[in-house]
Design a protein. Structure first.
Length: 243
């Protein structure tokens, strides 16, 4: 083998051709499955596009670099499942652009964080992590409670996501700003309309503890409280999904 390699090195054109062949094979192996991605990602009941408020929270999550320390990928390893819950399904990330899978865990995985803690806990933790988790290296984000959410940008955000394949309807896009404000204000008595537009898993309430306005804290907490709550894993036939 060494002799063959040495011969190829002496003939630059042949060596270049072999490199192109190997690279082409590797590229096909990586790229070909993407053409059948719609058939590859299983459909799972309950998975839906994010509400405008949740999507805004997700954008803030990415903007602040939360993904650098927190994965959203529970592996099929027993240690992962025992600590975090049911392993992650590809369908849970089908509307993520970009998806948040990964392996970096300076902090815990957040794929199943939804409803594990109260809204007040999340707000206090985001403002001052060490007040609740001794020795935490997470920075504080108290300014999120002061920053008013720019809801007027959400229609454009949903339009861009629809171009990427997220099935937002014209009605959802048209009412994006209003729906974001409505979701963070349960006093408006709009829960039925929100659930009609986005499904029964939508959580409608004041998330940041300040009912006077809708803030970036509302959006981020709404996003965190949604993670892992769309799919009823007790009713899910995992063997059927993996078949």
């Amino acid at each position: 083998m060494g002799t063959t390699h040495q011969k190829l090195e002496r003939h630059s054109m042949a060596f270049t051709a072999m490199i192109l062949v190997v690279a082409s094979i590797g590229g096909l192996v990586e790229i070909a499955p993407l053409f059948t991605i719609e058939n590859t990602v299983e459909k799972v009941a309950g998975v839906r596009p994010y509400t405008p408020l949740e999507q805004a929270g997700r954008d803030i999550y990415i903007r602040e670099g939360c993904y650098a320390c927190h994965s959203q990928m529970i592996r099929t390893l027993r240690s992962d499942i025992d600590r975090y819950g049911h392993f992650s399904l590809a369908a849970e990330s089908m509307y993520d652009h970009p998806f948040q899978w990964g392996s970096k865990r300076t902090g815990p995985d957040l794929a199943r964080i939804g409803k594990r803690y109260s809204d007040a806990w999340h707000v206090a933790h985001l403002k001052d992590p060490r007040s609740l988790v001794e020795g935490s290296v997470m920075p504080g984000y108290p300014f999120l409670a002061e920053n008013e959410l720019k809801a007027g940008r959400l229609s454009a955000s949903l339009t861009a996501l629809r171009a990427a394949g997220v099935p937002y309807t014209d009605d959802q896009i048209r009412h994006a700003a209003r729906d974001a404000i409505w979701q963070a204000d349960a006093d408006r008595d709009n829960e039925d309309e929100m659930r009609e537009r986005y499904g029964d898993t939508v959580q409608v309430r004041d998330f940041d503890g300040d009912p006077r306005r809708v803030t970036e804290m509302d959006a981020l907490v709404a996003y965190l409280q949604m993670l892992g709550t769309m799919v009823d894993f007790d009713a899910l036939d995992t063997e059927e999904v993996l078949r």
